[in-house]
Write a protein that binds this ligand. Structure first.
Ligand code: PLP
Ligand code: LYS
Length: 417
């Protein structure tokens, strides 16, 4: 559910016309809805209201300061995977004590910074990382709070590029090894074991893989208790899918209820790391048709957004809805491939879309709030788009369109002739 709806044939973002936003800020343009972000956050928070919990929004999905700020104001925690994401959380008013730090390659400086601001927990993904954190905490005269990210070896039944909880994936510590790694962690002087963590993949549209993972974690948690290791929180990661087309992912409340049934009366703080479920359908990418190029086999609508602005179609062959910003009958009705100006055959936003188009039309790519701008690049030396947050009838520019000067800042030609 979102707040991007038609009113008299015009697409609106909450109370504002998307056409007017495009005219004011230019295209390509990311438009986010504050009400949708808040609704999606509450979809997790409300069913958890009666128990200790923390919803750590996965910053990687959309790390714009405006987005982080909206969630920080709601009391969200944050799941980060780099010091850059940590700095963004701090700049957006996030509470470091509500930050969990995931990722397989945490560097020394990143660990130091996270310890110095007092994050909630490191989700540790290997033994060498655990040892590194122990050493750094010793140098700093601290104890580092950790969970081990357990790889439960379950198949999340999603795109192979975004499944993370299989033995073959680089993430986490194998289920069979986890008990031993916890023993080592508990014996380290500068480590404090606080939780158990897992994250099995992204865009998961069924509950079963999550429940299978939880079964395995509960076995481990019982073994840890036998070893005298009592955890305070259980972090089940993110990964809940969203509707892009005809998927029917479970609602957060259904998912949470199913987990609760399995948990019975065990008393942990429950931690979640949703990214896509909060941000994807809270954003659209608005783009303008530059040219219509009709051919014998294929018809192309060449638009001003490209794979550098929204990579998911090119990278995963992902399908995202593409809809007119202004519904109108004039134009050419065809099955169009919606493509960008980048010099790659894979540069498309959508294929075979039945639309009535004329040059100059505005289109909106839906479900673009997660892994949209966050994965944007300057490929083909294109400036990255602007981002706007709509809040009722107010709008806020939350990132200005990049300029050529900004794009080249920090680059130099060689000295001399
Ligand atoms: C450790 C971790 N947590 C949370 C997420 C967020 O995933 P999603 O956007 O699917 O909720 C990811 C990305 O898959 C991740 O790697
Ligand atoms: N970037 C991916 C998801 C990766 C999840 C990150 N662990 C997507 O657009 O679907």
């Amino acid at each position: 559910m979102d707040f991007f709806n038609y009113n008299n044939g015009q697409l609106f973002a909450e109370d504002l016309s998307v056409k007017e936003l495009a005219e004011a800020f230019g295209t390509p343009l990311y438009v986010y809805s504050r009400a949708t972000l808040e609704r999606h956050y509450r979809a997790y928070a409300d069913p958890l209201a009666n128990q200790p919990h923390l919803i750590c929004y996965a910053v990687k999905a959309n790390s714009n300061l405006g987005v982080l700020n909206v969630l920080a104001r709601m009391g969200a925690g944050f799941d980060i995977v780099s010091a850059g994401e940590l700095e963004r959380v701090l700049a957006a008013g996030g509470d470091p004590a509500r930050v969990v730090f995931s990722g397989v390659g945490k560097q020394v400086g990143e660990i130091r910074r996270a310890l110095s601001v007092g994050i909630k927990c490191f989700n540790v993904e290997s033994i060498p990382e655990l040892q590194r954190i122990d050493c750094i905490a010793e140098e700093m005269g601290l104890r580092a709070p950790v969970s081990i990210r357990v790889n439960p070896d379950v198949d999340p039944k999603t795109h192979p590029y975004i499944s993370t909880g299989l033995k073959a994936n680089k993430f986490g510590i194998g289920f069979e090894l986890a008990r031993e790694v916890y023993r080592q962690a508990a014996a380290m002087q500068h480590i404090e074991v606080v939780g158990v963590d897992c994250h099995i993949g992204s865009q998961i549209t069924q509950i079963d893989p999550f429940l299978d993972a939880l079964d395995r974690l509960l076995v481990l948690i019982d073994q840890l208790a036998e070893d005298g290791i009592h955890i305070r929180h259980l972090d089940l990661g993110g990964g809940l899918g969203v509707r892009y087309n005809d998927e029917t992912p479970p609602l957060p409340t259904t998912y949470i209820e199913a987990l609760r049934q399995k948990l019975g009366n065990r008393q942990f703080e429950l931690v979640f790391e949703p990214g896509r479920a909060i941000a994807a359908n809270a954003g659209i990418l608005v783009t303008r048709v530059e040219y219509l190029k009709e051919g014998q086999e294929k018809h192309f609508a060449i638009v001003d957004a490209a794979m550098n602005d929204l990579l998911r179609p090119a990278l995963y062959n992902a399908w995202q809805a593409i809809i007119p910003v202004t519904e109108h009958p004039d134009g050419t009705t065809r099955s169009w491939d919606i493509v960008g100006p980048v010099c790659e055959t894979g540069d498309f936003l959508g294929k075979d879309r039945e639309l009535t188009l004329k040059p100059g039309d505005l289109l909106a790519v839906r479900s673009a709030g997660a892994y949209g701008f966050a994965m944007a690049s300057n490929y083909n030396s294109r400036n990255r788009p602007a981002e706007v947050m709509v809040d009722g009838s107010e709008r806020y520019l939350v990132r200005q369109r990049e300029s050529y000067e900004q794009q080249m800042a920090g680059e130099f030609t060689l000295p001399g002739q």
